[in-house]
Design a protein around this ligand. Sequence first.
Ligand code: ZN
Ligand code: ZN
Length: 202
Amino acid sequence: MSTAPQTLSGQCLCGAVQFAIRAPFRPILACHCRQCARWTGHAVYATAVAPERFALTSGESELAWFRASDTAQRGFCRACGSSLFWKPDSGTHVSVLAGALDPPTGLGVGGHIFTDHKSDYYEIDDDAPRYALDVGSDLRFSSQTVGEEADRLKRLPYRGADMRRTFQKWDDRYSRLLGICWSLCAIVVLGTWIAYRFGYLS
Ligand SMILES: [Zn+2]
Ligand SMILES: [Zn+2]
């Protein structure tokens, strides 16, 4: 994952709604809930920022909000129908759909949520942690750096990709151990040769 720029811009399909967001950006969360699937036709991959780091630069009259639940609204372009934003009533953050951002974004997927609600026509095949339900609703961004947020995500219990992760860790450790063994062998051989060469052994 490369480093995200300090500012990212984005727009809807027709270009009427344009916006900019400022770092820190939350790692992308992929939501596999039924609402997101119906809203976009697939899972929603979204980053998020504190509300004061979000700016609508064009298309205020075209941006519409749909209340899909008691706790949040979903923003879309009334002209072209693009799904763009998700905003909880708590006001903690604004989620921005990653596909609407102009690449390169420098962002990476930090986790999958609502994986128990995922449809059966696709698989999640990356190593990001998976959460059966939501972990994103209480996320706060105003005081948190991206690093802290990523650490918090890592500490949460998850299932799924952990086996592959364990093997990778083991693989790394094994390689290191092998390196140490070779170094020890080299030292013993060299030591023995020196000992013979200078007559300490005969
Ligand atoms: Zn549009
Ligand atoms: Zn969702």
